[in-house]
Design a protein around this ligand. Sequence first.
Ligand code: ATP
Ligand code: MG
Length: 340
Amino acid sequence: MTDPLQTDPAGQALVAPPGDDPPGDLTYFAFAESKELEPARTSAPSGFSTMPEVLAGRYCIERLLGAGGMGAVYRARDLLAEQYGDPDPYVALKVLNEDFAESPDASAVLYSEFCITRYLRHDNVLRVHGFHVDTSCERAFITMELMRGLTLDKLLCERPLGLPWKELQDIVLPLLDALAYAHACGVVHGDMKPSNVMLSEKGVRLFDFGLGRAEEGVLAGLPHLSRERFNAWTPGYAAPELLEHRQLSACADIYAVACVIYELASGKHPFRHLPSTQARDQHLGSALKPPCHLPRHGWPALRTALAFDAGARAITAGQMRDAFIAPSSWPWRRKIRPSR
Ligand SMILES: Nc1ncnc2c1ncn2[C@@H]1O[C@H](COP(=O)(O)OP(=O)(O)OP(=O)(O)O)[C@@H](O)[C@H]1O
Ligand SMILES: [Mg+2]
């Protein structure tokens, strides 16, 4: 049995390095019953007090990477991969928090996130490995590619004035590419925001499709779960139609990604992080100025994407990308109207 979790100075869970004499039969060890392992001592975020240190007899939790509204993501070592000499046996592992895990369809929500993400095969979309259940602690979890890098919210903390276009385009264009691809596949992300995009050592990765939705006929059989009751939208990035309880569509992702791009190109959220309905009611759209780092030819497209009225938000992710690349993509100039 390995040692219980320790805590690092930042309060994150750490697992002691493997002992000097690991079990001889590592295959057995890799599939060992996790109930034999002690639960992790606290150091986990609230709602994770009973997390064992090895999940499903295979994934040894090393530390917390991030916790969001519904779950937490840990860095873990895949003991099976390690046993076979995999040079990079590390994975990220997402579990739902206890409060949320108790709701009857919690695992289905997590499975849906797994299934939607797996369906998208794109260089700029996070790759998921598997969906598992630890039977001893009765927790479902996703294993996925471990991204090493910075989420865009952290990047913004480091670069509070935004990024020059020369650097920014290497984030914005792949991000729009990933979004255009997801939309073309019939998938809406539903929770686009800086903390759901990682600038990893392998490039830009869009992740966290926990509020995502596949359109009718895509991934048929996957239950259409209502996310509204989780009240999970992030008000500063959720389009007015979402906050007003209308159906999620690709158009809502466009509003959100436009807020993210604006923020990266100026260091400031276009509407001071206000809920979009409030920003609309205060007519903040009409005072909006182009962000300083966006090329002039990209502004009409971004302005269109920031329209509060979903009907006026007449641009796709692919069209935005094209408009940012080519100064000749001017049709958006005609469509520009003050946002109401
Ligand atoms: N595969 C990964 N590799 C490295 N870090 C990750 C990975 N997945 C998530 N993280 C980190 O964990 C944080 C939370 O992950 P995620 O967004 O999936 O959880 P969440 O509970 O759905 O969050 P929220 O509801 O707040 O958006 C991320 O912002 C990121 O910092
Ligand atoms: Mg998230």
